[in-house]
Design a protein around this ligand. Sequence first.
Ligand code: SF4
Length: 398
Amino acid sequence: MDTRAFKRSLHHSDRYNRRGFGRADEVAASLEEAYTSPLIQRIREDGYQYRQGRVIIRLAQAFGFCWGVERAVAMAYETRRHYPSERIWITNEIIHNPSVNAHLREMDVSFIPVDGGVKDFSEVLSNDVVILPAFGATVQEMQLLNERGCHIVDTTCPWVSKVWNTVEKHKKESFTSVIHGKVKHEETLATSSFAGTYLVVLDLAEAQIVCDYILQGGDREAFLRRFAAATSPGFDPDRDLVRIGVANQTTMLKSETEEIGRLFERTLLRRYGPAALNEHFLAFNTICDATQERQDAMFSLVDEPLDLMVVIGGYNSSNTTHLQEIAVHRGIPSVHIDAPERIGPGNSVEHKPLGRDLERLEPFLPEGELRIGITSGASTPDRVVEGVIDRVLDLASR
Ligand code: SF4
């Protein structure tokens, strides 16, 4: 499909909106009440530190709602104002945060039902309003909604659109897009729908397997089995790993994305020589600024002596998980929780260790003086961070 031509025609449709409705003032109070926190604002102004009793809280210098998320949430609120009586759907969680999605449900915004892992659009009718979330939607979903005559409110973050443009450029120049991302993450699903030939690699280890194949060849069938769910239809490693462009999910670990880019560059350099490198390799850094800032702030925070790290964000939030990875790799005891209610009863916490299911940890807070680092992912409102700090301080004071 010519995805560029489709996007162009969609953008000209009078049933498509990606700029909001000019009602920012009308929704500002509701947004402030639901998501901001005077306590967090005060801690920011006091040098990101707060002391109470035996606990010193150290906040990361950059955390929480990013520009793209604020914009998407505000657009969703504006949409409800603009269409007070229409049915409003959203193709997925607007962002990966349970409290934000719960607020939208309260505003009578429905989520497209998912049956056996497949979205069911059968109840969506002509003239219904459908919001596309911050991490976008697949081109096939956009096409379906457009053909059905829905009003589309597209809150896709411009950083994500930039990645789509990158893979479309690969497609135009007959490069295979190697996408550093999580194959089932909505953003990567959307990005691969705009790509031509593609291969998704999760991490450096998978990238190494691909690069080994480029240099030494190998068992073609085993390669195809390994990447069966991560490649475009008809992918052939002998044909499709000759010209490679690298792109990434915007929220991956920046250092790993850079490493993967360098690995492919070195590999293609060895395979084809420096004179031909440009015909075989294209790289763009498509990590977004907000992700970078939050990861950089986390690296600074974990340089401090901390007794404990609390990382707050949705369990399916990629950027939050990467923040926790940074603490874990530094050897700092770290819990990843998605809501204040995970703390308790008593001195316990229900948290998600890296790569595992939820577990209960008890005791959560050790005895004595504590220096606790706190950060949150790009989709976590300050109000949720405040709730966590309140519970931690309350627990420490008992
Ligand atoms: S994390 Fe980055 S790409 Fe994602 S919504 Fe925020 S600014 Fe956009």
